[in-house]
Design a protein around this ligand. Structure first.
Ligand code: GUN
Length: 293
């Protein structure tokens, strides 16, 4: 069997087109949804992600109040900027691109963004709402994965979902979403302390891999007919490329596609969905403001 390759780029384009239409409607009422992306330093991967986010904002007709700061910016100055953006009524969403330079405390910075503008869903108030099922901003990557599963018609109710990775950005929120009644899955979280990873992955109807390492999951670790979602973005040297590198996920794609029923490619799978859900959250934040006013 060869898996259906999930076209994340196409599905993200559908989400973004839907957002753009709603942005038009808001603009007619005199409101332009606005996001401020804060980038500190020039980490190449972060620069690339931020460029993608800003391009999507522009395409959706949203306003962009992004700020790029030098790598040696003090924590105090970053917090001051967040305070200004928190108070700026024209700004609906604030996102600080991670990772931050080592001298800046990431928790302090992400917690400084008011929950109403936390379109990444990283603030403890939004994390708490994710746990209890109250309405808040959902983290973009896990939320985007649920959209992929829905659009591809992948059954989740009663299925075994195995999440590899326990990060606050992907693994933990992913597991919390899939146990919601809406998805109704039985969830296992595996991590670096898991013994015999394959024993778990082989039992997965839906396998979501966010380990941060190439080939964490190989074809022999996958159950025949499983749906495989690869969250990894790893740069590996490739002298045949102009950039000198190519992107691979956390799953050995060639081996996995022979076993899976559905699989996301890297690039072009989960990545575009993360950006689509970010502009979706920014739109939602602008709409929430109208309801409150
Ligand atoms: N770095 C890697 N992924 C993310 C993300 O989803 N949001 C932010 N702010 N930084 C990231």
């Amino acid at each position: 069997m060869s898996a259906v390759i999930i076209d994340g780029k196409q599905i993200a384009a559908e989400v973004k087109a839907d957002v753009a239409k709603k942005v038009e409607g808001l603009k007619a009422k005199g409101i332009t949804p606005c996001l401020a992306v804060i980038l500190v330093g020039d980490n190449p991967a972060s620069v690339s992600y931020v460029t993608g986010k800003r391009k999507a904002l522009e395409e959706a007709g949203m306003a962009d109040k992004s700020v790029v700061l030098p790598a040696d910016t003090s924590e105090e100055d970053v917090l001051k900027l967040i305070d200004e953006l928190n108070k700026d009524k024209s700004v609906h969403g604030i996102l600080v691109q991670l990772p931050l330079p080592k001298h800046i405390d990431e928790k302090k910075v992400t917690n400084a963004i008011i929950p109403e503008k936390d379109v990444d869903g990283f603030h403890p108030v939004n994390v708490g709402k994710l746990v209890t099922g109250e309405k808040g901003f959902l983290p973009c990557t896990p939320n985007g994965i649920t959209v992929l599963l829905k659009k591809m018609g992948v059954e989740t109710s009663g299925k075994n979902v195995v999440v590899v990775g326990r990060s606050n950005i992907v693994g933990k929120p992913m597991a919390l979403l899939m146990i919601r009644k809406e998805f109704n899955s039985t969830v296992t979280i595996c991590h670096t302390g898991t013994k015999n990873l394959a024993d778990y992955t082989k039992n997965a109807d839906i396998l979501i891999v966010a380990s941060g390492h190439p080939a964490t999951v190989t074809g022999d670790m996958i159950k025949e007919g499983a749906c495989v979602i690869d969250v990894g973005v790893n740069r590996i040297p490739d002298s045949t490329k102009k950039s000198g590198f190519r992107l691979v996920g956390d799953v050995d794609f060639e081996g996995a596609k022979e076993k899976a029923s559905f699989i996301t490619p890297v690039p072009g799978g989960v990545g575009p969905m993360t950006i689509a859900m970010l502009i979706y959250n920014t739109l939602e934040s602008a709409e929430n403001r109208i309801i409150k006013n």
